[in-house]
Design a protein around this ligand. Structure first.
Ligand code: ZN
Length: 155
């Protein structure tokens, strides 16, 4: 399975790749050198809006993509077309959008004290991040995510 390292301008793309189940790091405070080093070590594909960084990747034989578009649909479409990226609808393999760790499906009773009452009464399936503890459910925002992924696949 492809692993990614998204450059600092591509936070939204990083979150979407995590939703799709791809192990994706996001560069916020790390230096470019550190990103490249980690990408070599982990065999990650670098995604960047900087031609400079893409050139550096080429020199170091790191697989990389120059992301010219700003729209998330188009960015995903490029990866879908070029890498034949599998884009199954979440939450099948979803990773935590905050910290990139794996989610574990939880029994409602285990986490009922950690979620709003209204949410608990409207939903039955919950997932929790194994690292940061964030809880996920298929709320209204999930529909928007599905819509974006579907339209990315159509093009
Ligand atoms: Zn997390």
């Amino acid at each position: 399975m492809n692993k990614f390292y998204a450059d600092s301008m591509l936070g939204k793309l990083a979150r979407f790749l995590r939703f799709l189940g791809y192990d994706t790091l996001y560069r916020s405070e790390e230096s470019v050198e550190k990103m490249l080093e980690t990408s070599i070590e982990d065999n990650r594909i670098v995604l960047s809006k900087s031609k400079d960084i893409v050139n550096k990747c080429n020199k170091l034989s790191i697989k990389s993509f120059f992301m010219s578009a700003n729209e998330i649909e188009y960015q995903l479409r490029v990866l879908h077309n070029v890498l034949h990226l599998e884009m199954s609808t979440p939450p099948l393999n979803t990773r935590c959008s905050m910290c990139n760790n794996e989610l574990i499906e939880k029994n409602k009773q285990e986490i009922i004290n950690l979620i709003p009452k209204r949410t608990a009464s409207h939903h039955d399936r919950f997932w929790q991040c194994s690292a940061c503890g964030k809880i996920y459910w298929i709320g209204s925002h999930w529909k928007d995510i599905e819509k974006t992924i579907t339209s990315a696949k159509v093009g």
